[in-house]
Design a protein around this ligand. Structure first.
Ligand SMILES: [Zn+2]
Length: 391
């Protein structure tokens, strides 16, 4: 097997919070004696990311000093770039119920089998307004991220984690690769330079083109769809996964591209989330990260290029992953190929451009968008899903 070192994790060491197999029984028994806390869906995603080292160098839910540092200056207290705080919420009742305790046992949403043991480092009040402005740039409750923040508890429980088992997932198991596993996959393929692509949408020709442009200058592509909580009007994960599979089957070289699940929940924090997504992908072993226009955006809260420009505020060496910026792309009938404003001199009439609304309308009517816009295999899956009412 060819072997080489993959890129260092953020902060230098890839974190692994999972307890060694031999200690799981003993610690599970210990966990019985501490107060229990059920973890909500979004925070469960963070717990999973923390456990596998996707949020290296974090080793638990962040304490107040670090929370303040992230909100104030987008860095950890040691100066490393970090743009979105990772916190565990408590409401008043939960806080009272937990009382003074040295540790808390974290439970999944259903069932009583403990997931992790949190050693209590502190409890602090969430500063909603400062957090909303720092992360989302707005306090508007129409913003889905601000809404989720508003609905979370007033208190934050902080401390390092020992993880007994990862949250259970029935779907996409073969794609659920931890950072250690993606790094191993890169080594096995001898990919030294790997570009990560974040998505929460089906991939149409425009994004396929961007991914392949990036792939032209590196060794491999990690298509890394976000599969945690998203907005209810985003296309469901299982439908998206079928789209990725059919694309990979028909249009991607098997030795140059792979799919992995990114178990994060979507925050819709635009620029701040672009930085966070890049750092996470560095932990998965990517050396490059694609940032399109409106990365992680929603509504009209962010400027088109904000998520690209924010990278200027960070020291590239400290960030340690190379962002690749792309324009919207399209098929141009006169260029006879995929292009963007950067590469095509023709006007709109020559370009096959459809709005998201228009595409959804076509698909709902059982109509395939032109093959220049969407691969027919992908369109078929989306039409079928619309028909079944799942997209
Ligand atoms: Zn053109």
């Amino acid at each position: 097997m060819l072997d080489h070192d993959t890129i260092p994790a953020h902060g230098g060491t890839l974190v692994d919070l999972t307890v060694p197999d031999d200690d799981v029984d003993k610690l599970t028994e210990e966990a019985e004696h501490f107060p229990k806390l059920r973890v909500g869906r979004r925070e469960l995603s963070d717990l999973e990311l923390l456990a596998v080292g996707a949020l290296s160098p974090l080793t638990g839910f962040q304490p107040e000093e670090e929370y303040r540092s992230v909100l104030g200056s987008a860095q950890l207290t040691n100066g490393l770039p970090w743009s979105i705080p990772v916190t565990l919420s408590l409401d008043d009742d939960e806080l009272k119920r937990l009382g003074r305790t040295e540790a808390v046992t974290l439970l999944p949403q259903t069932g009583s089998h403990p997931l992790a043991l949190l050693e209590v480092e502190g409890v602090y009040k969430r500063d909603r307004e400062t957090e909303a402005i720092a992360v989302f740039g707005t306090t508007d409750l129409e913003h889905p991220g601000v809404r989720a923040l508003h609905d979370s508890g007033d208190w934050v429980l902080a401390g390092p984690l020992r993880v007994l088992r990862l949250p259970k997932h029935e779907a996409f198991r073969q794609y659920r690769l931890t950072p250690q596993q993606t790094r191993q996959a890169f080594r096995e393929r001898d990919w030294r330079r790997v570009v990560g692509f974040q998505t929460r949408n089906p991939v149409h020709r425009a994004h396929e083109y961007i991914q392949k442009c990036a792939l032209e200058i590196v060794d491999g592509l990690l298509l890394h769809p976000l599969m945690g909580a998203t907005k209810s009007d985003d296309v469901p994960a299982e439908v998206r996964m079928r789209c990725y599979e059919v694309l990979f089957e028909n249009y991607y070289p098997k030795d140059r591209a792979m799919v992995g699940v990114f178990p994060a929940a979507m925050r819709y924090a635009g620029p701040k989330e672009a930085i966070w997504h890049a750092i996470c992908r560095k932990n998965y072993g990517c050396t490059h990260f694609i940032v399109g226009r409106d990365h992680a955006g929603v509504g009209n809260y962010y400027g088109t290029y904000d998520a690209q420009r924010i990278f200027e505020d960070f020291d590239p060496d400290q960030l340690g992953i190379v962002p690749l910026f792309f324009e919207h792309s399209f098929f141009c009938l006169r260029c006879e190929g995929m292009a963007s404003d950067k590469t095509c001199p023709h006007d709109d009439e020559s370009r096959v451009v459809l709005s998201g609304t228009k595409v959804r309308e076509m698909l709902r009517n059982g109509e395939k968008p032109p093959p220049e816009f969407s691969r027919p295999e992908v369109a078929e899956i989306l039409i079928e899903a619309m028909r079944e009412g799942s997209a």
